[in-house]
Design a protein around this ligand. Structure first.
Ligand code: SF4
Length: 357
């Protein structure tokens, strides 16, 4: 019988090692006592993860101590979807939001997929329903539907392809039709329209006070969904930061308004932003996206200086904590289910997204 003292000493040593690894990366960002507490949680998560033959996927917006300790893979939606599609583990724990966990389930209908919080939704995903898409298809028969990955499974099931911010323009261009329906993010749609040289209309009225677009010359049909985080960044924010730090390089996520993207120096997905900071030397950077990502980049690029606008946080991504991730593995919660009929109709749209770059 194994000596319980030896076992607990092994766990303590593992937790000390995790603490030291976290401290090396996060000593300038997270107080020491918190790192010790989080290292203990991370040690238990990693132990249970192995026992349950689980893989943990962590989105770039996760808080720094979680991001740098328990995930087997970290990245943007596209990268994590690839990892979900490739995994041979029995269980996937998604440290992200619900639509991401659903995506993993659609790609792995026979595996158990867990989301550590039931509150991790998304304002974009909630902005459109499957019936809305069916109505658009009735109105524009034969026009292919591209839905952003930030949608729920039943909307994906009504789509011809999904896309992420990394490959939105490529997916739109992959359809050789005169017109494409692109839902639900209004700003991403406007930015894609600009990038691809297409004219866009917004024919439906999901929000009071938004007038119907009567333009008859269009190639993209959009929807008025918004990310509650990225819609808050303004050109005024950029001007104010530039006034204080004239040498700042501004990176904007394409879920920001076209005006903000225009005023920035670079626009790209979270993965593209990380690559930019690593590849392009600048005195300092301003990232217009969820604030945690600036911390996660700074942790592994201590020579890069970040200017933070942390008044704007994603209330959904912030639901995912180390404590909830541990509970998810202990109690097998919260299990993501996608009805078989929806899964079978949605998987084709996701596969087209995965193989378009
Ligand atoms: S940052 Fe925006 S798009 Fe991403 S999960 Fe939060 S609300 Fe949704």
């Amino acid at each position: 019988m194994p000596d319980p003292f030896c076992i607990s000493a092994r766990y303590i040593n593992a937790s000390i090692m995790i603490y030291q690894q976290l401290k090396a990366k996060l000593h300038n960002l997270v107080p020491d006592f918190e790192l010790r507490i989080k290292a203990k949680l991370a040690e238990q998560i990693i132990r249970l993860k192995k026992k349950k033959n689980a893989v943990i996927l962590g989105h770039n917006y996760m808080e720094p101590a979680l991001f740098h300790s328990v995930p087997d893979f970290t990245g943007d939606s596209l990268f994590l979807s690839h990892k979900a599609a490739e995994t041979d583990k029995d269980m996937i724990v998604f440290c992200g939001v619900r639509f991401m966990a659903e995506t993993a389930k659609i790609l792995n209908p026979n595996k158990t997929v867990l989301l550590p919080s039931q509150k991790a939704g998304c304002s974009l995903a909630a902005s459109i329903t499957a019936e809305d898409v069916r109505e658009l298809k009735r109105r524009y028969p034969g026009v292919p539907v591209v839905s952003y990955i930030n949608t729920y499974a039943d909307v994906k099931a009504e789509s011809d392809s999904c896309c992420t911010s990394s490959n939105a323009a490529a997916v739109v261009n992959s359809f050789k039709t005169d017109t494409v329906i692109f839902v639900p993010d209004e700003y991403l749609a406007r930015n894609v329209a600009k990038e691809t040289g297409k004219t866009i209309i917004f024919p439906t009225l999901p929000r009071p006070g938004i007038a119907e677009d009567k333009n008859l010359d269009y190639q993209l049909i959009g929807w008025h969904g918004r990310c509650e985080v990225h819609e808050q960044f303004t050109v005024g924010d950029i001007e104010a930061v530039r006034k204080q730090f004239p040498d700042v390089v501004v990176l904007a996520h394409p879920e920001c308004s076209p005006e903000v993207v225009e005023a920035a120096d670079f626009s790209g997905s979270t993965a593209a932003m990380i690559k930019y900071v690593e590849d392009v030397a600048a005195p300092r950077y301003l990232l217009l996206t969820e604030c945690a990502m600036g911390d996660n980049i700074a942790a592994v690029n201590p020579h890069r200086e970040m200017v933070r606008l942390c008044g704007v946080r994603c209330p959904h991504m912030n639901q995912i904590t180390l404590a909830d991730t541990l509970k998810a593995l202990q109690l097998d919660q919260y299990v993501i289910e996608v009805p078989r009929e929806i899964q079978q109709r949605a998987v084709g749209a996701l596969e087209r997204m995965l193989w378009t770059s």
